[in-house]
Design a protein around this ligand. Structure first.
Ligand code: FES
Length: 233
């Protein structure tokens, strides 16, 4: 076992695990899209980013691919990290607004507007289907082709694959085709109809996530703000 500093607390961690696995073990919620326990990490969506290092000298890293080491300092819910995650979710929503998984993420992370033009694609290139096909189904029937905006997932030479057993595992694991958003037609690209918005109160707790629901400090802040409004009238 080694010791790392996770959100200002020293914790014991199994050597060889990743930051994401550590966070899961300590029940710290980290959003993920391209990660699945049964597959190798892909590091494609970047939603699982955290800050690694001291507040003066840190880097932003994807927690699903970052292995822990003795003395590592990790912050999972700083204001900066939450803002980046929200922007990434905005990009994902714009890319594939009909995905319930992505709409739920948007709702959970209080994404209230999307600054990017909707693309209405069926794929966010997370690569889960490719890894599922290769690692669990041992088929390697699909893979990435092309680069940049032409990158896509398809079979070799875009023809029906001889090794595909039409098992459906790729569709099962896909975050965009497995479940379509059933909410009312969103006026923009955001739905926000399935989940209640719950936003970690980083402002109140000095960049550290709060685990209370409802949070006493937030309620206090809210009532103080209300009092201020009433007295200013
Ligand atoms: S879950 Fe880590 S990069 Fe996608």
């Amino acid at each position: 076992m080694i010791t790392i500093n996770l959100n200002k607390v020293d914790v014991k961690v199994e050597e060889g695990s990743t930051i994401l696995e550590t966070c899961k073990f300590y029940s710290i919620p980290i959003p993920t899209l391209c990660y699945h326990e049964g597959l190798s990490p892909g590091g494609a969506c970047r939603l699982c980013i955290v800050e690694v290092g001291t507040p003066e000298n840190f880097k932003v890293a994807s927690s699903c691919t970052y292995p822990v080491r003795e003395g590592l300092v990790v912050r999972t819910h700083t204001k900066r990290i939450i803002e980046i995650r929200k922007m990434l979710i905005e990009l994902l929503v714009a890319l594939c607004p009909s995905s319930k998984t992505i709409q739920d993420l948007a709702s959970e992370y209080a994404v209230t507007h999307v600054r990017f033009k909707p693309k209405n694609k069926d794929c966010v290139l997370c690569g889960l289907c490719v890894r599922m096909c290769a690692e669990q189904m041992d088929a390697k029937a699909i893979g990435f082709v092309g680069r940049g905006i032409n990158r896509e997932i398809t079979t070799a030479f875009d023809v029906k694959s001889d090794v595909c057993r039409t098992c459906g595992a790729c569709m099962y694991i896909c975050p965009t085709c497995q479940m379509r958003c059933q909410g009312p037609e969103p006026s923009g690209v955001l739905c926000n109809s399935c989940l209640n918005i719950s936003y970690p109160c980083v402002d109140v707790h000095n960049q550290v996530m709060c685990y209370m629901d409802p949070c006493g400090a937030c309620l206090l802040k809210e009532s103080e703000e209300k009092k201020k409004v009433v007295s200013s009238k």
